[in-house]
Design a binder for this molecule. Structure first.
Ligand SMILES: *[C@@H]1O[C@H](CO)[C@@H](O)[C@H](O)[C@H]1NC(C)=O
Ligand SMILES: *[C@@H]1O[C@H](CO)[C@@H](O)[C@H](O)[C@H]1NC(C)=O
Ligand SMILES: *[C@@H]1O[C@H](CO)[C@@H](O)[C@H](O)[C@H]1NC(C)=O
Length: 214
């Protein structure tokens, strides 16, 4: 049946993507240790860091950043996204737990922006009905991701790493499923492709910061 094929395809693509990204995502980056060959995900990973000069200006933000925050962000796979997404939340404390809380807030905020875009597109009369059906799925995935982020944020105080990991991985899978729906229909380009990629990277950074919790 068409429906079953549809579901199986989604499941196989998502699990492929998940297993593909899990090892890259869950291990905080440590440039001094080369246990694994670098750059397993050349298309979405930033190039491996080779000890950058300390006073090189960072292009994505101009304000001087707390070196402790910098040190934590450097352990994620997307350090400049980590810093630029945390900057508006002006962390008053810079320990991993406080930063994880802000990184999750930034992720929720951006997921809400994706949700707003989905609502806007689905109320646009020029959007085709097939596209609207996929957008409706994405809306569910975004709401689910927001729930996951909130549960992960609440798990910080109890230090429940297992729960945080499963909620944050679940959010990544939500963003990927949204795109998988469109990818299945060759003629449809996901209107959320870039947002979903950025959201997956933000959630990946949350996972890396969570791994630094005591
Ligand atoms: C990276 O790993 C090396 C060897 O395991 C360790 O000595 C070093 O302190 C680590 N660096 C950071 C920034 O965690
Ligand atoms: C929240 O997301 C919106 C839309 O992307 C962005 O313009 C705004 O700067 C974000 N706010 C914070 C505090 O990150
Ligand atoms: C995304 O939403 C669709 C539609 O509700 C659902 O079938 C799918 O399981 C969701 N994906 C995830 C990872 O929850």
């Amino acid at each position: 049946m068409e429906q079953t094929k549809h579901v199986l395809l989604i499941i196989s693509i998502s699990s492929l993507l998940l297993s593909f990204s899990a090892e890259a995502i869950c291990v905080p980056k440590n440039t001094t240790r080369q246990a694994h060959p670098p750059a397993r995900l050349p298309s979405i990973r930033s190039p491996p860091h080779v000890s950058s000069p300390p006073r090189l200006p960072v292009a994505s933000h101009s304000t001087p950043f707390d070196p402790a925050v910098n040190a934590i962000c450097e352990k994620t796979d997307y350090p400049s996204l980590c810093m630029s997404s945390l900057a508006p939340f002006l962390p008053s404390r810079n320990n991993p737990a406080a930063l994880l809380e802000m990184a999750i807030k930034a992720s929720v905020n951006y997921t809400e922006a994706a949700l707003a875009k989905a609502m806007h597109l689905s109320s646009d009369p020029s959007t085709s009905s097939i596209t609207k059906a996929y957008i409706a799925d994405c809306q569910e995935n975004y709401s689910d991701a927001i729930d996951n982020f909130n549960i992960a944020a609440n798990a910080i105080s109890s230090g429940d790493i297992g729960l945080m990991n499963s909620m944050l991985s679940g959010a990544i899978s939500d963003f990927q499923t949204c795109d998988d729906g469109f990818a299945e229909m060759n003629e449809l380009d996901s209107p959320f492709k870039e947002m979903d990629m950025k959201l997956s990277h933000m959630a990946s950074n949350c996972l890396a910061i969570a791994a630094l919790l005591p």
